[in-house]
Design a protein around this ligand. Sequence first.
Ligand code: FAD
Length: 385
Amino acid sequence: MDFRLTSEQSMMRDSVRRMVDADIEPVLQASDRTQALGKEQLLHIFRKLADFGLMAPRLPEAAGGGGFSMLDYGIMFEQIPPSVSMSLVSQDGCITRLFAECDEAQRARFLPGLIAGELIGCTGSTEPGTGSDPRGITTKVTRDGDMLVLNGAKMWVTNISVCDLVIVTCLDRTEDPAGQNIVKVVVERSRSPFEAREIDAIGLQQGLLGEAVFDNCRVPMENMIRSRSGGTQVLKSSWAVNRPLLGLQAVHLAQRAFDAALDYARTRTQFGKPIGARQLVQKSLSDIETAIRTSRLLCYDALATIDAGGPADGTSAMAKRYAQMACTEAVWQAMNVLGAMGLSREARLEEYYRDIRMIPIPDGTNEILSLIHGRELTGLEAIRA
Ligand SMILES: Cc1cc2nc3c(=O)[nH]c(=O)nc-3n(C[C@H](O)[C@H](O)[C@H](O)COP(=O)(O)OP(=O)(O)OC[C@H]3O[C@@H](n4cnc5c(N)ncnc54)[C@H](O)[C@@H]3O)c2cc1C
């Protein structure tokens, strides 16, 4: 067992970090920190990520993807600011699902633009009335001649306000008016317009989180996804991957807060000494770094477990939940090291604290994740029981 990155992994991490500094941070800094990025800005960022193979990191190179191991992807992903990497998770999730479940003709129509970062995609499952329980959805697809007709609403969907296409999870009422089968339909905005808007939230305010209404939205028949065999396994592993990735978003934020706190502790003088010379401040810094390092290791371990083909539901759930909780406490402690300055907008730690508050919800709330982990430990179901 070797806990150090290989030289290749270090190089990948450093080159993504340089790209973030050169190409992503300037876009974020030139925009209002409290407003969602515009579509052009997100596309500009996506094209930069596409140059690194990061639009479709899970697809094999032969299919136009990055062909990365999930551990290597996670190491690079951690370098990207979460307001952007949440959009990447959505885009990557959309691409992975299309690749896993679409037929060749659909793949050829939808994938190239998304992989190149020329189009924005997302996946709409959550609705105003259902979140953790995906079986509770009420959006319906019916049939009118050779067109599909969608009716319903999706909420809390990353990228939906600016997307070019969205995979909508809905109840299949094309044959049976009382059907309860869940199917997925690709809605291309240019062919099948729908209303969508941003939702204002506590954190990740430059990110894109929105809601959409499908009101008799007419979609060509060929946009219905009929699952290919073998796709389910790819999808299952992609849910497991998202959780440690979101854990690494928490690590990213806590690392930034730690860097600011360490710098401040060395330079801020009180009672005739740098505050970093005080034992309690050193303990805070030690606690913060311990939280970051344990979180990072748990997330890397989950990703390495997925790469090795091992059962990863519990490990991935544990990694996201632990990283989010430990890193939230770490950001809070880092704010304290800066005293009043820690509360200022200028120092930006308050922004990290609000951003990290978003992470316990998507891809499994902390409660659901503890039950997924508990199910793996005991073999007993508690979520639906
Ligand atoms: C930043 C962000 C990005 C998102 N991106 C997307 C996206 O791209 N696409 C998409 O479809 N959705 C997305 N979502 C929505 C997200 O997946 C849902 O918010 C999530 O599934 C939780 O659903 P809910 O908010 O309706 O909470 P609910 O499911 O209503 O849960 C409310 C509370 O009840 C608890 N709870 C529920 N069931 C149980 C249970 N069985 N046992 C114990 N406790 C329980 C939950 O843990 C939570 O504390 C995103 C959300 C956020 C915040």
